[in-house]
Design a protein around this ligand. Structure first.
Ligand SMILES: [Zn+2]
Length: 319
């Protein structure tokens, strides 16, 4: 959760410390060595929404200058032909289909001619329903309670907990939170079918990110399969073309979902493991991605691209 759907906020002493560490890493002698290794690998960047448009614009300008942005089609072709992508290849991806990808992301991507992929939650397209984790956090902040959630659990803790329990328990808890909170979560306009079409026209492919965004490894086998299949058919109907790429919600791999992807002929599926992959991915249904936010500063952005930040993250016990 802290890595996936991280909350924004003002600068705290911890932020200042983090920025100092980012700058030290960026200027360390390790950075050029890591950068040289990374140039021979594939970097797939996993974003969510664009909460800081100027910083995101600076990141894309940097990519356009120093890397080789590639499309999903190019990755699929590399896999099909068994031919590695060129050095310094970067694929930009966005999870959850946040409307800011259309309003703030697309103009920047177009300006720099950077192709991308948006993995959308099929059940939310055209609706005004908030993401379930935003709703749960809101309800917890407004007095909502549920079995298995100790009273006084912080909203972030509630979401973390709901990502760990069986999915049936998560759904029940979400309903209890709705029934007990003082206020209901505000409605949130999501991307529409027209918005998806606009993204595609602008060079952003649309991928499958399930119907409801449960953690698939917390679902029953039948439910995990249904999440993949139903989202596939919903998106095929909306796009007039079946999606060929998938991203695991929260990055949680699940064998039943994977089998469904194979049966549906998916060409690629993406994790959220904060790693580079090979320029010819070893397993196209388990391609690694690097976690990055639209408000990530230039020092950290550089060390994520070089693989130094992920290496330090792993040394410190991060997944
Ligand atoms: Zn997601």
């Amino acid at each position: 959760m802290p890595d996936d759907h991280a909350a924004g906020g003002g600068a705290t002493p911890a932020d200042t410390r983090r920025r100092r560490i980012d700058a030290a890493l960026r200027h360390s002698p390790l950075q050029p060595a890591f950068r040289a290794v990374a140039a021979a690998r594939l970097a797939v960047l996993a974003y969510h929404g664009i909460d800081d448009p100027p910083t995101f614009a600076a990141q894309m300008a940097r990519l356009a200058r120093t890397a080789r942005p590639v499309s999903l089609a190019a990755v699929e072709q590399a896999v099909r032909d068994r031919r590695p992508l060129p050095p310094r290849s970067v694929l930009v991806t966005f999870d959850d289909g946040d409307p800011s990808v259309l309003t703030h992301g697309l103009p920047v991507l177009r300006r720099h001619r950077i192709p991308a992929v948006a993995y959308v939650i099929a059940g939310l397209v055209g609706s005004d329903r908030p993401y379930w984790w935003s709703e749960a956090a809101f309800l917890a902040r407004h007095g909502g309670s549920a079995d298995g959630l100790p009273p006084g659990t912080a909203p972030d803790g509630v979401v973390r907990r709901l990502k760990q329990v069986p999915d049936t328990v998560r759904r029940r808890a979400l309903q209890h939170l709705r029934d007990t909170a003082r206020r209901q979560a505000p409605r949130t306009p999501q991307l529409t079918a027209a918005g998806l079409a606009e993204l595609r026209t602008g060079g952003v492919a649309i991928g499958n990110h399930t119907v409801e965004h449960p953690c698939l490894d917390r679902c029953t086998p039948a439910r995990a399969r249904a999440e993949v299949e139903q989202a596939h058919h919903l998106l095929a109907g909306l796009l007039g073309e079946a999606p060929t790429s998938f991203a695991y919600p929260n990055g949680n791999l699940d064998p039943h979902a994977e089998r469904a992807l194979t049966d549906l002929g998916y060409r690629t599926a993406f994790l959220f493991d904060h790693r580079h992959d090979r320029r010819l991915p070893r397993n196209p249904l388990r391609i690694s991605r690097l976690r990055v936010n639209a408000d990530t500063g230039p020092h950290r952005f550089d060390t994520i691209l070089s693989g130094l930040h992920p290496a330090v993250h792993r040394l410190r016990g991060g997944r």
